[in-house]
Design a protein around this ligand. Structure first.
Ligand code: NAI
Length: 462
């Protein structure tokens, strides 16, 4: 039996970051992971592999649509699906091995296997029981089941199966117009599949700013993705490798079906806490299956903490990372903190979509006096040169104080541009602070400054 200051269960972005920070703060640390490789869903079957496929297919799109205009003539590349899968795998391997290296460098022990917690202070992996002053659960999430739909990861796939289809489908139906559905739908659309997204709500990307929902849907439609909104999927039947999706329109209860070679179920994820033995320990859980924690990520049982997708909040890798670092600080006797008001969200389509803070709809509901500064990428020289004029930057600021309350971007590198606004919000900046900051020309970032200027006396290039 070995003994540690902290044992972290799960090595996704929450768990591995927490482990490294704990070790850096002088705590004897181990991390338990049952997969063959470190990195959790994000690195193995989530964020990283999907970004590889998004990048490769975006390059294909550029070659097919924009190369000739730039004077780059010749045949467009053909798709070698196996090679693209190899490239994806190689990207995953580099990242998972990178974490293994960081564990060694920081002296974090990797305990291989699936963990359970027989009692506070003990973690069981296989036949071994390890002692830990504190335990951090970072066990992540799993695909949420949809009634009437059985995922076989061949014809009816989750995001995991969608990353490794045997061949590119002719017809794909995506259930759910959230982040996963739109990212993976984009990948297969660019690879030539007919893609139809069925969404229960009347808008895509639930919870996002209304302008983004409308603008983004228009752009995706232009790219050839079809949408059936306000429709609840009732079930999927499969026969000989083909699927039939049945759905009901909310407005009149009429029923219809759609055939597909592949159906992607992207209707959300649920906390994954199976096998940990939390019930026996008396760890309080919410009705939605999330582990309940206090302001310091402590569960209802002393010495047991939880972070990431298995607790409340957005299921985002970077939210889990921040919690991982903060809980490490708490365990080392410092003051860990996460500002949940400034957590960016990004959809890695092309163009990208990014947001932080409040939406216009939330401000309206709150009755907060606000103003809007909006700037289209059509007015940005760099974007025009790069065929990236679709989209806009929208900044929401307090009407009286000018303090930035939220920002919503559709456009090139939106996922990177958003961080300028995150930093501004962390410092409690006003839109004018951004507007008065010199931005290099020609950059996409100028669109952010122009939106900030539009909160005041007006943008220059619109
Ligand atoms: P999601 O919660 O973002 O979207 C699911 C959608 O499915 C919703 O719009 C919902 O209304 C719809 N839906 C549910 N049941 C339905 C039915 N029966 N018929 C039709 N539509 C139905 O879930 P998603 O996309 O699966 O993502 C899961 C989690 O993973 C999210 O929390 C997301 O933030 C996270 N994620 C984040 C990424 C990123 O940051 N780029 C990438 C991938 C996942």
């Amino acid at each position: 039996m070995s003994s540690y200051d902290v044992i972290i269960i799960g090595s996704g972005p929450g768990g591995y970051v927490c482990a490294i920070r704990c070790a850096q703060l002088g705590l004897k640390t181990a991390c338990v992971e049952g997969r063959e490789t470190l990195g959790g869903t994000c690195l193995n079957v989530g964020c990283i592999p999907s970004k590889a496929l998004l990048h490769a297919t975006h390059m294909l799109h550029e070659a097919e649509h924009n190369f000739a205009t730039m004077g780059l003539k010749g045949k467009s590349p053909s798709v070698d699906w196996k090679q693209m899968q190899d490239y994806k795998k190689n990207t995953i391997d580099q990242n998972t091995k990178g974490i293994e290296f960081l564990f060694k460098k920081n002296k974090v022990d990797w305990i291989k296997g699936w963990a359970s917690i027989p009692e506070a202070g003990k973690v069981k992996v296989g036949d071994d029981v390890h002692e830990a002053k504190n335990i951090v659960i970072a066990s992540g999430s799993d695909v949420a089941q949809l009634k009437g739909v059985e995922i076989d990861e061949e014809t009816v796939v989750s995001s995991t199966g969608a990353l490794a289809l045997k061949k590119i489908p002719n017809k794909m139906v995506v259930i759910g117009a959230g982040v996963i559905g739109l990212e993976m739908g984009s990948v297969y659309r660019r690879l030539g599949a007919e893609v139809t997204v069925i969404e229960y709500l009347d808008t895509i990307t639930p919870g996002m700013d209304g302008d983004v929902q409308k603008g983004f849907q228009k752009i995706l439609k232009k790219q050839g993705i079809e949408f059936i909104l306000g429709a609840a999927v009732q079930g999927v039947e499969t026969k000989n490798g083909k699927a039939t999706v049945s759905y009901k329109l909310n407005k009149d209860d009429s029923e219809a079906t759609l055939d597909a070679d592949t159906v992607l179920v992207a209707t959300g994820r649920a906390p994954f806490t199976d096998g940990l033995g939390l019930e026996g320990l008396g760890v309080a859980m919410s009705k939605r299956g999330q582990i309940e924690v206090d302001d310091h990520w402590k569960t209802s049982v002393d010495g047991i903490y939880a972070i990431g997708d298995c607790i409340a909040g957005p299921m985002l890798a970077h939210k889990a990372e921040d919690e991982g670092m903060a809980v490490a600080e708490v365990l080392a006797g410092k003051h860990g903190h996460v500002n949940y008001g400034v957590i960016p969200g990004v959809i890695y389509t092309h163009p990208e979509v990014a947001n932080v803070g409040l939406t216009e709809e939330q401000l309206k509901d709150d009755g907060t006096p606000y103003k809007v500064g909006k700037f289209s990428f059509m007015g940005n020289g760099r974007a025009k040169a790069n065929f990236a004029g679709d989209g806009f930057v929208k900044i929401l600021a307090h009407k009286e104080t000018d303090r930035i309350l939220g920002a919503h971007i559709i456009g090139p590198m939106a996922g990177d541009l958003i961080h300028e606004i995150c930093v501004a919000m962390e410092f409690g900046a006003a839109a004018e602070d951004l507007a008065l900051t010199c931005h290099a020309h020609p950059t996409y970032s100028e669109a952010v400054r122009e939106a900030a200027l539009a909160c005041g006396d007006g943008a220059i290039h619109s």
